[in-house]
Design a protein. Structure first.
Length: 157
């Protein structure tokens, strides 16, 4: 990694978007969840924040300007919230589109990247539509934000 905080955050994001299921110990089954990782990115005026959750509860939150927290899933409440987020993501996955590109969202927009063994799926949405429940994927937004709330309540952020 580099000593530039923004470059470090970009590297961590790229890693989350490129790790294979095998690299993180995910073994797909015919009966179980297909989503092994979720990124929720929100465009703010000063930066983009990226929430990353994997199937085992590992959770990190970083900012495109640098900084953030890694290893939040070491705390049981975060791990439980992350697993709930992945459960909702798994239900939403059939409605998302495959992508090979991973742009950051614009201000006021949210991108979800759902990692499956066969594809990375994407959803673009206006944050206001998600927040006001005008977008059908609002449950994904709310469960992702719950993970962040738990991280804050534990004083990790």
């Amino acid at each position: 990694m580099t000593s530039d905080p923004a470059a470090t955050s970009a590297s961590l994001r790229a890693l989350a978007l490129s790790r294979t299921p095998e690299e993180i110990g995910y073994v797909p089954t015919t009966w179980g969840p297909k989503v092994f990782g979720v990124l929720m990115e929100t465009g703010l005026k000063t930066a983009v924040f990226t929430l990353v959750c994997f199937f085992d509860g590992s959770t990190s939150l970083y900012f495109s300007s640098g900084g953030g927290v890694i290893g939040c899933g070491e705390h049981e409440p975060v791990k439980a919230a992350a697993k709930a987020f992945l459960s909702v993501a798994d239900k939403c996955a059939p409605f998302l589109s495959p992508t090979a590109e991973h742009p950051l969202p614009e201000v006021g927009h949210v991108h979800f990247y759902l990692r499956t063994p066969t594809a990375t799926l994407i959803l673009h949405a206006a944050e206001g539509d998600l927040r006001e429940k005008r977008h059908q994927m609002w449950p994904l937004y709310y469960t992702g934000n719950n993970v962040i709330t738990v991280i804050r309540k534990l004083g990790l952020l």
